[in-house]
Design a protein around this ligand. Structure first.
Ligand code: AMP
Ligand code: MN
Ligand code: MN
Length: 350
């Protein structure tokens, strides 16, 4: 068994899964490798123990995730009617709105709610469901922002249950962990990440194949879009904030899709001296989706939360109306006081 924080909560989640006959698994909109890997890996384990499983994710996964075993089972409209007595399992997010348009309705319809997540999100059980006779078991959640991937929580739960891990499940969980640790380089990478990865390789995950499929088969148009976006890369706040963006006309010029730009924030993040990096996507005129990263002291999850989004301390995002050009200015305005506050604290303590 793995050394996980909050073992009692992990046990409650494991019991709730084991007791459910029918489950609807879901994750956040615009799913990444962690969201999809968690859904498919956990779903296979549940199916293998004789349960009826539905897989609902509002958006389609990106092309690079389609090799994951079980993606053919994903539905993009919720099961209608909601299966009687089913548990809703919310993965890689802990807010109904992050599931998408149908999120709140699904949460209301579920007989039982099971949440596994690693974001600085919300307590989904707090007001679920208000009328539950036994709120302790009607809603169970394992939310641990210290853990690198939701796939790791799913793996630990299955391990706790003593269920078998197939090579396909191992592939999904390995992909989840690889995605959210940035291939074991992000600050969330712990010895547990390597311990789990080693176990998953023993169970049949192929590290070369998974990394190759996830990251090394990009379409040319992605690099065409990157070359346009890199022209917008600039430094602000004494070289400590880096920003870049894409606009609808760049997407058109490159013949690219907005998903092609998912990891562009890394080109701002990697610059020496940069504390906060931001990538502003304007997929259609007047709407932006912003990815933020920080290197050390800046809590970008708090910044994102104040703007209606969320995430982790060092990686967060939000969506807002407005253009990329407007949000470049907005971000400088919002972040400058945080840098000044930080500078004051540092000079105070020096
Ligand atoms: P991204 O920049 O899209 O890679 O997201 C970084 C982190 O922030 C991920 O953990 C996301 O789940 C989270 N995040 C991004 N956008 C939002 C949003 N609109 N609302 C809540 N969390 C978000
Ligand atoms: Mn995710
Ligand atoms: Mn995740």
């Amino acid at each position: 068994m793995f050394d996980m924080k909050y073992p009692n909560r992990l046990r409650l989640v494991a019991d709730a899964l084991a007791q459910s006959e029918t489950l609807v698994l879901t994750c956040h909109v615009r799913p990444d490798g962690d969201a999809i890997g968690s859904m498919l890996g956990l779903g296979e384990a549940l199916e293998a123990s004789g349960k009826r499983v539905f897989y609902f994710c509002e958006d389609r996964p990106g092309q690079n995730l389609l090799f994951l075993p079980g993606t053919d089972k994903l539905e993009h409209t919720p099961p209608e009617p909601f299966p009687a007595g089913a548990s809703l399992v919310v993965l890689d997010c802990s807010e109904a709105q992050r599931i998408g348009e149908h999120g709140e309705r699904l949460v209301e319809q579920a007989e039982r709610l099971i949440v596994m997540d690693h974001h600085l999100g919300q307590d989904m059980c707090r007001d679920y469901p208000k009328s539950a006779p036994d709120p302790d078991t009607r809603c169970v959640q394992y939310i641990n922002p210290d853990i690198f991937a939701t796939g790791a929580i799913c793996f630990a739960v299955i391990d706790e249950l003593g269920w078998n891990i197939s090579p396909d499940m191992a592939t999904n969980f390995y992909a989840a962990i690889l995605t959210d640790t940035g291939s074991f380089v992000h600050s969330n990478t712990t010895s547990l990440a390597f311990e789990m990865a080693a176990r998953l390789v023993e169970y049949g995950a192929d590290p070369y194949e998974i990394s190759d499929r996830l990251f090394e088969r990009v379409p040319f148009r992605k690099l065409a879009l990157l070359s346009l976006s890199l022209r917008t890369l600039s430094l602000e706040i004494e070289g400590r904030l880096a920003m870049l963006h894409i606009t609808p006309s760049m997407l058109e010029e490159a013949g690219a899709q907005v998903q092609d730009s998912d990891d562009f924030v890394r080109y701002a993040r990697c610059i020496d001296g940069v504390e906060v990096s931001a990538f502003i996507k304007e997929p259609e005129p007047g709407k932006v989706s912003v990815s933020m990263r920080s290197r050390s002291w800046c809590n970008v999850a708090a910044v994102a939360k104040a703007l209606g989004g969320g995430g982790h301390f060092h990686a967060a995002g939000f969506r807002q109306p407005g253009s990329a050009a407007e949000w470049r200015e907005q971000l400088v305005e919002i972040l400058t006081p945080l840098f000044r506050e930080h500078d004051a604290e540092v000079s105070h303590s020096a």
